[in-house]
Ligand binder design. Sequence first.
Ligand code: HEM
Ligand code: HEM
Length: 174
Amino acid sequence: MRKYSKVAIFFHWTIAILIGANILLADLSEDLPKVVRAAYMNPHKAIGISILLLTVGRILWRLTHRPPALPDKVAGLQAKAGHTVHILFYVLMIVMPLSGWLMIGLNGKAAPVDFFGLFTLDMAVGNNDMLSGLAHESHEFLATPFLVLIGLHVLGALKHQFIDKMPFIQRMWP
Ligand code: HEM
Ligand code: HEM
C-alpha cells in the first residue's frame, strides 16, 4: 500500500489535533466572562500561531515532495473533490490564523501573547479599526466552512475505507 511520508503524516496529525483544540477552546470560552475567557483565548492564540508556522512548513514540504498516487478506484469526480477539499484546507490553515492575528494585531491595544509560558509574542502590527473589524468578521465567518470541510473530509475518508472497502486511512496513518 502506498503511504504518505513520515513527515507529511506528522504535519497532518499535529495540525489536525491543534485545529481541533483551537475550535474547542473558542467554543468552550464563548459565553464566559471576559477575565476567565482570557485563560482560553491565550492558548487559542498561541496554538493558532503554531498552526500558521507548521502550515508554512507543511506547504513547503508538500510542494517539494510528491504524495503517494491515489488508489485506482479513486478517480474522476471523487479524486477532484478530494483534491479541492485539500487545497481549501491549505488556504484556510493560512487565512484562519492570519485573520485571527490581524483582528487583534490591528486593534491598537493587543496584549502580548504568552507562548505556552516560554516567551511572549508581541502581535501588534498597527491600529486600523476597519481592517481589524474585517479580520474579525472573516475569522468568525470562516469557522463554519472550516467545520463543513472537516466533516466532508472525514466522511470521504470513511467512505473509501468502509464502503469502497479499501485501506485508505492507512495512507495517512502513523
Ligand atoms: C487555525 C487557527 C485558528 C482557528 C481554527 C480558529 C478558530 C476560531 C473559532 C472557531 C472562533 C470562534 C468564532 C465565533 O465566535 O464564532 C475563534 C475566535 C477567536 N480567535 Fe481564533 N482561530 C485560529 C487562530 C487564531 C489566532 C492565530 C488568533 C490570534 C492570534 C485567534 C484569535 C481569536 C480571537 C481573539 C477570537 C474571539 C473573537 C471574538 O471574541 O469574537 N485565532 N477562533
Ligand atoms: C482538522 C482536521 C483535518 C485537516 C485540516 C486535514 C487536512 C488534510 C489535508 C490538507 C490533506 C491532504 C494532504 C496532501 O497534501 O496531499 C489530508 C489528507 C488526508 N487526511 Fe486529513 N485532515 C484532517 C483530519 C483528518 C481525519 C480526522 C482523518 C481520518 C479520518 C483524515 C484522513 C486523511 C487521509 C486518509 C488523507 C489522505 C488522503 C489521500 O490520500 O488523498 N484527516 N488531510
